[in-house]
Design a protein around this ligand. Structure first.
Ligand SMILES: *Cc1c(COP(=O)(O)O)cnc(C)c1O
Length: 416
C-alpha cells in the first residue's frame, strides 16, 4: 500500500478532469440517493436542457403547428439528426444515416438487405457472445431465407478478432455481423481490419455500434463499412426506448432493397400512390411515421458531444476505465474477482466487466444502497462509465462498496 486510498485517487482525478463540470448538465447527478450510477451504457441520464426542449416542442410545434408540422420540417428531422450523428460520432458524410425504429428492427432491415444483395451466398457470420437481439435476428433471417449461421467463439474477456473472422469467412459468406464494442467485455473490434477481410471474401459487413456510439469514435466512411446500426438510449442519452439509427454507405443506397417497404420510405408518400417506389437516398430505410418526440433528447446529447468533441470524450472514457481497473486490482482481486475486459486501453470501450460467483446475488443489495451497476449473467458486474456524466468518485464509491460486501460475505481477511 502506498497510503493513498482509492478515494483519494478519485478526488485527484476529478480535480484534474477538464470535463468534470459537464456532470452538472445532467438531471439527477447531484441526487444523493444515487451514490454511483454506473449504468449509463444501458440508460444514459437525461440532460436538463431536454426538459425545456421537449416542453417547448410540445407547446410550440405539436400544439402550435398541428398537422402542418410534418410539411414544415418534422419529416426531415430523422435525417437531420442522422447527419449530425454521422458528423459528430460516426465519421460518416451526410446522407448516409437516419433515425428510425429500434436497433433490433434496423438490424433486421439491414441484414435482410445485405443478404438480398448477395443472393448466391448462403452463410452469415456472427460471434456467440454478441448481444442477444443480434444473434436472434440473424437466426431468424437464416430460418426465413434458408441460410446457415457460422458462429465465432470468443474469449470471455475479448471479442471477435481479425484472425477469427479470416477463419470463418469464405466464398459462401454473404454477411458478417459483429459489434464494434462488445456489450459484455467492452472489447473494441478491429473494424477496418475485419471489414477488409470480409470484403476480400466478397462478403458485406454490418456493424452494431450500440455500445460505442457516443463514447468510442468511429470512422465508418474511412473504414469502408457497408452497414451499421446502434442504440440511442445508452451513451446518446436519448431516453427509454428512444429510436435507433442506421448507416448505409452511399455506394449501397441506389440498390438497397429493404424488407419493410412502408409509405414514409416511398418516393412521394403523400401521392398515396398505387405501387411502392422507394425514396432516393437513406430515407428509403424508413417504414412508418418517424417517432419525432422520441429523438429530441438524443439531439441534445449530440449537441453536447459536438461541443466537447469526441477525442476529449474518449480521453476521459479511457481514464475512467483505467481507474476502474486500478481500483479493482487494489480492492477486489484479493477476493477472487477477475477482470473480464481487455487490459489495454486501446482495446477497451467505455465499460468493463468483472466476474465473481458472489455477484449473482449481490447486485439487488447494491441497487438498494444507491450503487447502480449492471448484472451480466452468469456472474458479472458491468461497470458502465458514461464519460460526461460519471465522476471518478462514483467509480471509487462503487468498488469500495463491492469490496465491503465481499469482505463481510467471506467473513475473513483476504489473501494479500
Ligand atoms: C442495447 C443493444 C441493442 C438494443 O436493441 P433495441 O432493439 O434497441 O432494444 C442491440 N444491440 C446491442 C449490441 C446492444 O448493446
Amino acid at each position: 500500500m502506498t497510503g493513498i486510498t482509492i478515494a483519494d485517487r478519485a478526488a485527484e482525478l476529478d480535480a484534474a478532469d477538464p470535463l468534470a463540470h459537464h456532470r452538472d448538465l445532467f438531471i439527477g447527478s447531484q441526487n444523493d440517493a444515487v451514490r454511483a450510477y454506473l449504468d449509463g451504457n444501458s440508460l444514459g441520464r437525461p440532460l436538463a436542457v431536454t426538459v425545456d426542449n421537449l416542453t417547448s416542442f410540445i407547446r410550440q410545434q405539436w400544439a402550435g403547428r398541428l398537422i402542418r408540422g410534418w410539411d414544415e420540417g418534422w419529416l426531415g428531422v430523422p435525417q437531420q439528426i442522422g447527419d449530425q450523428l454521422g458528423r459528430v460520432t460516426l465519421g460518416a458524410a451526410a446522407g448516409q444515416c437516419i433515425v428510425a425504429d429500434s436497433t433490433s428492427v434496423l438490424l433486421y432491415k439491414l441484414a435482410r438487405a445485405a443478404v438480398a444483395a448477395r443472393p448466391e451466398r448462403s452463410e452469415i457470420v456472427i460471434d456467440r457472445d454478441n448481444f442477444p437481439t443480434d444473434r436472434f435476428i440473424v437466426e431468424g433471417i437464416a430460418r426465413e431465407r434458408n441460410l446457415t449461421v457460422r458462429w465465432i467463439d470468443v474469449a470471455y474477456d475479448g471479442g471477435a478478432t481479425a484472425r477469427d473472422v479470416a477463419a470463418a469467412v469464405g466464398p459462401q459468406t454473404a454477411l458478417v455481423l459483429l459489434s464494434h464494442v462488445a456489450y459484455r467485455s467492452g472489447h473494441i473490434a478491429d473494424v477496418p481490419g475485419i471489414t477488409k477481410i470480409a470484403h476480400d471474401a466478397g462478403a458485406l459487413v454490418l456493424w452494431d455500434l450500440s455500445h460505442s456510439v457516443g463514447s468510442v469514435p468511429a470512422e465508418l466512411d474511412a473504414w469502408d463499412v457497408d452497414f451499421a446500426a446502434g442504440c440511442s438510449y445508452k451513451y446518446l442519452n436519448g431516453g427509454p426506448g428512444a429510436p435507433a439509427w442506421a448507416y448505409v454507405a452511399q455506394r449501397h443506397l441506389p440498390t438497397l432493397d429493404q424488407p419493410i417497404p412502408g409509405w414514409l420510405g416511398s418516393a412521394d408518400p403523400f401521392a398515396m400512390g398505387a405501387a411502392y417506389q422507394p425514396a432516393d437516398g437513406i430515407r428509403k430505410l424508413v417504414s412508418g411515421t418517424p417517432p419525432i418526440l422520441g429523438m429530441l433528447a438524443m439531439r441534445d446529447m449530440l449537441n453536447l458531444l459536438e461541443q466537447v468533441g469526441m477525442p476529449a470524450v474518449r480521453r476521459k472514457s479511457e481514464l475512467l476505465t483505467a481507474f476502474a481497473i486500478e481500483a479493482v486490482e487494489e480492492l477486489l482481486t484479493k477476493h477472487g474477482v477477475v477482470l473480464a475486459s481487455p487490459r489495454a486501453a486501446s482495446e477497451r470501450g467505455g465499460h468493463i466487466t468483472i466476474d465473481h460467483p458472489a455477484f449473482a446475488t449481490m447486485v439487488p443489495g447494491l441497487w438498494e444502497d444507491g450503487i447502480i451497476p449492471d448484472y451480466r449473467n452468469p456472474d458479472g458486474i458491468r461497470l458502465g462509465l458514461s464519460p460526461l456524466s460519471t465522476s471518478f468518485r462514483e467509480v471509487a464509491v462503487a468498488i469500495e462498496a463491492i469490496a465491503g460486501r465481499l469482505e463481510s460475505s467471506t467473513g475473513a481477511a483476504a489473501v494479500e
